[in-house]
Design a protein around this ligand. Structure first.
Ligand SMILES: C[S@@+](CC[C@H](N)C(=O)[O-])C[C@H]1O[C@@H](n2cnc3c(N)ncnc32)[C@H](O)[C@@H]1O
Length: 348
């Protein structure tokens, strides 16, 4: 097992945004080294439960060791969060009080000398979160056309020099190692000019493409909203503008009662809000946190609370009426009725 240090980002803010409470049930979709998970378990004690998910089997091993003291309250699953709904159904872990996504990579992955995520040291250009995935970064680099490469680098890296970089890559391939790719990029666009290394955006683009990061994030967020109980919290920490845009757009859309195009005279969409945005503006790390942990500098936290939709409120009212009638017919006393109501509507 690798020994390394991953400093979790915005921990206090995450616990507050999740409104972690004793006895609560939480999902950490990006377990990593288990830093946030440990904080959630600590604050949800006694009685808290945590389902931790990570696509990387190495992360699961590290988190398992870190969370040993809470082994009776945790369920750690080596899976991709794109399968969140299926995982929760399989383990009967829903509805929940809170779901966390702390996106991107952990230090375990960034500092690995076998996976090629970083442009700072040499490693094979793999970039897969899980060894069970078929396509590596080297496969994309060495088999895509120049136009496809330029598109990936532009779309997922927002790189202004995507065409020059793609052209150079095609000229210099096969490219199998990270530093070989760095040299090709430097030859395409020159060395470091500002604060950002010239390979930063291309490496981000390849990682996103290899792991389908944006598609999977959007799919998982939609599933997460439906796994939250009433007043359950969704918290997402993102590290680049592409991720943050997806989180912002989806949560804003789901917090609106009507999503008809502007100017539509009467509502025809039938959409009803199922989220309430807790922070209108993103929460970012303090200068002190960034100083302590420079990797936190690009973090942005967004949080939303699950509210009941109009459709759901009709169903709840119907169910309530039914239960009250059943209670009256059977002569249930108050404790029995309350127990039944709790079993039907609440999380515990
Ligand atoms: C920034 S780290 C999380 C660190 C963690 N919060 C902690 O405190 O240690 C992100 C983790 O999410 C995992 N990850 C990223 N995308 C994933 C996906 N689609 N499915 C499952 N895990 C994913 C990565 O493998 C990585 O371990």
């Amino acid at each position: 097992m690798s020994t390394f240090v991953h400093i979790p980002v915005l921990v206090k803010e995450t616990i507050e945004a999740l409104a972690v409470q004793p006895g609560g049930r939480y999902i950490d979709c990006t377990l990593g080294a288990g830093g946030h998970a440990a904080a959630i378990l600590e604050h949800s004690s006694p009685g808290g439960q945590l389902l931790g998910i990570d696509a990387d089997p190495e992360a699961i091993k590290v988190a398992e060791a870190k969370l040993q003291a809470y082994s009776g309250s945790t369920l750690l699953i080596n899976e991709n969060f794109v399968n969140l709904r299926a995982i929760c159904i399989k383990y009967d872990f829903h509805p929940v009080h809170g779901i966390l996504f702390d996106l991107g990579l952990s230090s375990l992955q960034l500092d690995s000398d076998t996976r090629g995520f970083s442009f700072q040291h040499d490693a094979p250009l793999d970039m897969r979160l899980s060894p069970s995935q078929e396509i590596t970064a080297a496969d994309i680099i060495n088999t895509s056309s120049e136009a496809e490469l330029a598109h990936i680098i532009k779309t997922y890296g927002e790189e202004a020099y995507s065409h020059q970089i793609a052209h150079r890559i095609v000229k210099e391939r096969p490219i199998e190692a990270s530093l070989q790719l760095v040299r090709a990029i430097e030859r395409a666009v020159g060395g470091r000019k500002g604060r950002i290394h010239p390979a930063t955006k291309t490496f981000q683009a390849l990682r996103i493409a290899v792991n389908h990061e944006l598609e999977y994030l959007e799919a998982a967020l939609k599933q997460a909203i439906n796994l939250l109980g009433f007043e359950g919290r969704l918290v997402v920490i993102s590290y680049n503008s592409l991720e943050d845009r997806i989180v912002k757009q989806l949560t804003q859309r789901e917090s609106k009662d009507c999503i008809c195009p502007p100017g539509t005279p009467i509502c025809i969409c039938g959409h009803t809000a199922c989220l309430w945005l807790i922070n209108k503006r993103v929460i970012t790390p303090s200068p002190a946190e960034v100083k302590l942990n420079p990797r936190s500098r690009s973090a942005k936290l967004r949080a939303a609370e699950r509210i009941i939709t109009q459709d759901e409120s009709y169903k709840v009212a119907e169910k309530l009426n039914f239960l009250l009638a059943e209670g009256e017919a059977n002569g249930w006393r108050r404790p029995a009725l309350l127990k039944k109501l709790r079993m039907t509507f609440s999380l515990s």
